[in-house]
Design a protein around this ligand. Structure first.
Ligand SMILES: Nc1ncnc2c1ncn2[C@@H]1O[C@H](COP(=O)(O)OP(=O)(O)OP(=O)(O)O)[C@@H](O)[C@H]1O
Length: 309
């Protein structure tokens, strides 16, 4: 899929040292069109520093960031014409309407027409409220207006720093689906920083994990192709014996077991458990979470704890 395309963003040997302290250490990363990449790491890992350098707000000590082939460090304006940035709580003029705010921000770019402004307004679903003052907007609507602002000049690359801070669960869900459709329909490459594992898991195709200024992992978020089920029955010892006799390798999980099995053979298995005289308490599909994967990957060590914060 997207990985076979040319990267739209490349971080090459990005390092930053401030007063003798190494904050970023030789970061190399490629981002692709149509993909949402999560940037995950514990507090102080270096996420904001990386993002500031990607957006040209801070100079790296060494290394370079390329966006659509243009260097953010050496060809700033050309690179920025392809970048949209949303930082936490985007600055808006509350006493002006959403529309007037966008007109104001549109002046910072070349060639943003009124039609383009309205197109972006529709894209983020604000058409019914765009002529009302921003002061009357909910936080979710303000986030969407921020997104509209960042999209005005049709950037190929969108950077979001902790975008859902302060949103309620419904607002987060809504924002997430906008981002996904933006990547899928418009082919925008999106880079989202967060320290929330669960958020990244739902929003992203791919995650890059940073710790102590170093990129420690990059992985695709694939649906686990092998289906699993959780099953719980008493006595547990007997359940294990039944599962093993059917060729499963049951993994203990809470009061039950996880087995690798799709939904087709579950009714048959349930019949055997009941026929064996066991009390059945639960059978449900089980999907591995990112946290499970980290624990498997790290043996439950420091990284899993750090990213789970
Ligand atoms: N101007 C600076 N001077 C000195 N140290 C700095 C400066 N800016 C950042 N740091 C340090 O660099 C490290 C990385 O900070 P950064 O803000 O990039 O982390 P982060 O991953 O964004 O963390 P958070 O999730 O807490 O925002 C931290 O240890 C921070 O204290």
């Amino acid at each position: 899929m997207a990985n076979q395309a040319e990267p739209i963003v490349e971080l090459k040997h990005l390092s930053k040292t401030i007063r003798g302290k190494k904050i970023l250490d030789d970061l190399n990363l490629q981002l692709y069109p149509g993909q949402v990449t999560g940037f995950l790491g514990p507090n102080g890992a270096g996420k904001t520093t990386t993002i500031r350098m990607m957006a040209g707000l801070m100079k790296p000590t060494s290394g370079e960031v390329f966006v659509a082939g243009k260097s953010v460090q050496n060809d700033f304006e050309a690179a920025m014409s392809n970048i949209g940035v949303i930082v936490e709580n985007p600055e808006m003029y509350k006493y002006m309407t959403g529309y007037k705010n966008l007109v104001h921000f549109a002046r910072m770019h070349k060639g943003v027409t009124k039609d383009r402004i309205m197109e972006v307004v529709r894209q983020v679903g604000l058409e019914n409220r765009i002529h009302e003052k921003v002061g009357t907007y909910s936080l979710g609507m303000r986030q969407r207006l921020g997104l509209a602002q960042a999209l005005l000049h049709n950037p190929k690359f969108l950077i979001l720093d902790e975008p859902t801070n302060g949103l309620d669960p419904a607002g987060i869900r809504e924002f997430r689906s906008y981002l996904r459709s933006l990547a899928e329909k418009a082919g925008v490459s999106i880079f989202v920083s967060s320290h929330l594992l669960s958020e990244i898991e739902l929003m992203c195709d791919r995650i890059a994990v940073i710790q102590n200024g170093k990129l420690i992992d990059i992985r695709e978020m694939k649906e686990d192709t092998r289906p699993h089920h959780y099953i719980e029955a008493l006595p547990a010892k007997q359940l294990r014996a039944i599962l093993e006799s059917k060729g499963y390798e049951p993994a203990e999980s809470g009061a039950g077991f996880i087995i690798e099995e799709g939904v087709q053979r579950i009714p048959e298995l349930v019949k055997s458990v009941i026929a064996g005289g066991l009390d059945l308490y639960a059978v449900r599909p089980h999907r591995k979470t990112l946290e499970d994967e980290f624990i498997e990957m790290t043996g439950g060590g420091q990284i899993a704890e750090a990213v789970a914060k």
